[in-house]
Design a protein around this ligand. Sequence first.
Ligand SMILES: *Cc1c(COP(=O)(O)O)cnc(C)c1O
Length: 354
Amino acid sequence: MLDIKTEFTTNPKNKPAVEALGFGQYFTDHMFIVEYTEGKGWHDARIIPYQPIQIDPSAMVFHYGQAVFEGLKAYKTVDGKVLLFRPDRNFARLNNSNERMVIPAIDEAFALEALKQLVTIDREWVPDAPGTSLYIRPFIIGTEANLGVHPSKSYKFIIIMSPSGSYYKEGINPVKIMVEQKYVRAVAGGTGEAKTAGNYASALKGQEIATAEGYSQTLWLDGKEKKYVEEVGSMNIFFKINGKVVTPALNGSILPGITRDSMIQVLKSKNIPVEERRITIDEVVEANKNGTLEEVFGTGTAAVISPVGELKYLDEKIIINDGKIGEVSQMLYDTLTGIQNGTIEDTFGWTIKL
Ligand SMILES: *Cc1c(COP(=O)(O)O)cnc(C)c1O
């Protein structure tokens, strides 16, 4: 395993007040960085004070978008310990994204070790107010200074961390989501399954349209027929129809969420029927009409569980569960956050204590 050199900051920052945290605005005192050079592999791993990086304007990431990322969190438990939630899954997924984007693989065990060291150094940055956490953003970019179209011959793998506020300051408010009609996020054979920057760039247009109409996110349909439900901006989507929970099966164009996988396991452990299969938007509309659409919720690291109170499809506005959070959504939220803050025993073996 590579050696990680550490240079501590001599100028620690003031930590923002918990009320001011928000999301992704403040960064901790340190960052991790490791370089890749063709022929040499990954080298020069170090933890250094958080700082700008120097990068050539011709660096390939700026022109051809070779960029992948991850998002996970460190939590402060009620007894003051810091824990990570399934970080091994994030680095495994990062390597899947690398494979798709022709970026060299990272050593997952090494990345986890680097992350543990970084979080330990900045552990004072893990906020402890209910619902808060330290958001962790690992990412890799192609840095070769060259405008020719080919996979970059050099990369930087960086981990930065940002204390983040509670997503639900005023209690869990269901979100309003608009089903996108014109644009698509991903197609079979495309990059939908990879956590790559370009997927987000191409989704901004739909987000803009939804926002203009007073909706907070976009629900994407499949790229070919615009018939099957895929996912929400940065969340996977679940429907509870007639007592059964249904989520779109992973089909190559849906991002395989770690929260999605965790929630499927929790549902199974509680003997709540859960199906991974294709689901059409018409089935959702129909279930609403015949009164069997009981709950809709999104899952993702940032929001945990995000109940959906309204879905807009064509000219139809579907109100779900009177715009309130449903029983299963609440149970999943309580279970997951309980495991993350240490008040519920982690029988799944998902957490790593630092
Ligand atoms: C990251 C992401 C998710 C959620 O994944 P988690 O591992 O649960 O955080 C869902 N959809 C998209 C498009 C994503 O990028």
